[in-house]
Design a protein around this ligand. Structure first.
Ligand SMILES: C[S@@+](CC[C@H](N)C(=O)[O-])C[C@H]1O[C@@H](n2cnc3c(N)ncnc32)[C@H](O)[C@@H]1O
Length: 295
């Protein structure tokens, strides 16, 4: 969440209940006004063409380019991404992962990203696709209380428009952490449907287990998961639970097994909970779609 979103959340309790849906709808317009001076400053200074203007970076704080590069490393070194692979980026935002992948994928490789925020997709279509025609971005008008409150499609009904078994790598960075359980399970089912047999997926989570539970209790976590949801999940926000949801590791393991995804151990735990040893910020789960069994 960016500083702008935090300010908006802080003033939210002062807004009467009846006016809140309108404020949510105005969110993007307000964001543009708030960032106008910074956008102008960046434009005058000649920002690099593959970094979106600050008003479009609705995907959280942090260095846009550095975080993308960090994940591109994970895709190649941990998930085995090859230049000619076909890749699906679930919840691609404003192309943070796509930008570094333009240097990894060859013209024979293919990247598809989809997201529910139209402005991010439009920026990526306008900026990345003309230079890299093998990079395609799709807008899906899916409802999410936090990111697209006016969206018309339910996540659990969304089927990515692609044949089964075409992708070598399906990934999502900081997306399943914004989904309620039925939606999350649907995306794992879609991951499995879309992956080639033997293909790899990489998804990030906030996983609850003995260690993260102990750290949360001790107050070491960077996120305050204090509102309980069904099935052992916890959220930081009672009104908009999708702002950040943590799931039990055991539940996630069960869902992976149910959808034919074999977790490649170890899970790389992140520093969100206050761990001293970590790889990234969120927990990273890499899995392989079970190859077809030969009769
Ligand atoms: C924290 S941002 C991460 C964006 C991107 N993966 C990245 O790392 O730059 C979370 C993203 O999830 C997207 N999102 C939320 N709900 C979604 C859904 N049901 N399907 C696809 N994307 C969704 C949001 O629009 C937002 O772009």
């Amino acid at each position: 969440m960016t500083m702008f979103d935090r300010i908006l959340q802080a003033v939210k309790p002062m807004v009467p209940m009846r006016a809140r849906p309108a404020v949510r709808r105005l969110h993007r317009g307000l964001r543009r006004v708030y960032f106008l001076p910074v956008d102008l400053y960046c434009r005058l200074r000649g920002r690099d063409e593959f970094t979106p203007p600050p008003s479009l970076i609705f995907i959280g704080d942090g260095d846009f380019r550095a975080i993308g590069e960090e994940f591109a490393q994970y895709f190649t070194t941990l998930a085995g991404l090859k230049p000619d692979d076909h890749v699906l980026d679930i919840g691609c935002g404003v192309g943070r992962m796509a930008v570094p992948l333009t240097k990894v994928l060859s013209p024979g490789g293919r990247y598809h990203g989809f997201d529910i925020v139209k402005e991010g997709i439009e920026w990526a279509q306008k900026t990345i696709t003309p230079r890299f025609p093998n990079f395609a971005f799709h807008h899906a008008d899916i409802h999410n209380k936090g990111y697209n409150p006016a969206g018309q499609i339910r996540t659990e009904e969304y089927r990515f428009p692609s044949d089964d078994g075409v992708f070598d790598l399906v990934f999502s960075a900081s997306v399943l952490t914004h989904l309620l359980l039925s939606d999350l399970e649907h995306y794992l089912a879609e991951t499995s449907r879309l992956l080639k047999a033997g293909g790899t997926c990489l998804h990030t989570f906030f996983l609850l287990n003995d260690e993260s539970g102990r750290l949360i209790k001790a107050g070491s976590s960077t996120l305050d998961f204090r509102f309980e949801l069904p099935d052992g999940a916890w959220t930081t926000d009672r009104v908009i639970p999708e702002n950040a949801i943590a799931y039990p590791e055991s539940l996630i393991r069960t869902l992976y097994a149910r959808h034919g995804l074999e977790i490649r151990e170890p899970i790389r735990f992140g520093r969100w909970s206050g761990r001293k040893e970590f790889l990234s910020y969120q927990d990273i789960v890499i899995a392989r779609k079970k190859p077809l069994s030969v009769p």
